[in-house]
Design a binder for this molecule. Structure first.
Ligand code: AMP
Length: 123
């Protein structure tokens, strides 16, 4: 697996080097608004640890870190009033997944009907 890049934009947000509109924080997790929202609610939930992707996180993170991330998603969904009508979580991974930032993040999207899961233009 590739080495973690300390200069990725989310590492800079975690170090406080660039600003973010934070919506949730605890010992293991930070969540903030996506800078280019694709829905009325578009939050990024990230672990504070240095994990590149969901598979890296799943294999190396502690049970406490994993629980904290899922709990943060649940808290954000409740706080943003997404539970009644539902929402979508996305974890883009690697080249084919379209991952732009190499620090594991879960997109939490909602506030309107989001349509089909994938573009139907290509199969
Ligand atoms: P992904 O393609 O899954 O890696 O998603 C990366 C996301 O990070 C995109 O939705 C970007 O809009 C978002 N993003 C990039 N830079 C920032 C930033 N400085 N603050 C908040 N979100 C950002």
């Amino acid at each position: 697996m590739q080495a973690y890049d300390d200069n990725n934009v989310f590492a800079k947000i975690l170090r406080g080097e660039i600003p973010a509109n934070k919506v949730y924080e605890d010992k293991h997790v930070l969540a903030f608004e996506d800078i280019h929202p694709q829905a009325p609610v578009h939050i990024l939930v990230i672990p504070k640890g240095k994990y590149i992707s969901i598979d890296d996180f799943g294999l190396r993170a502690t049970p406490e870190e994993i629980k904290a991330l899922y709990e943060a998603v649940a808290r954000i969904a409740a706080e943003k009033n997404l539970k009644e009508n539902g929402f979508r979580t996305i974890a883009n991974t690697g080249l084919h997944g379209g991952q732009e930032v190499p620090h594991f993040h879960v997109h939490v999207l909602g506030g309107r009907a989001l349509g089909p899961m994938l573009s139907r233009k290509e199969s």
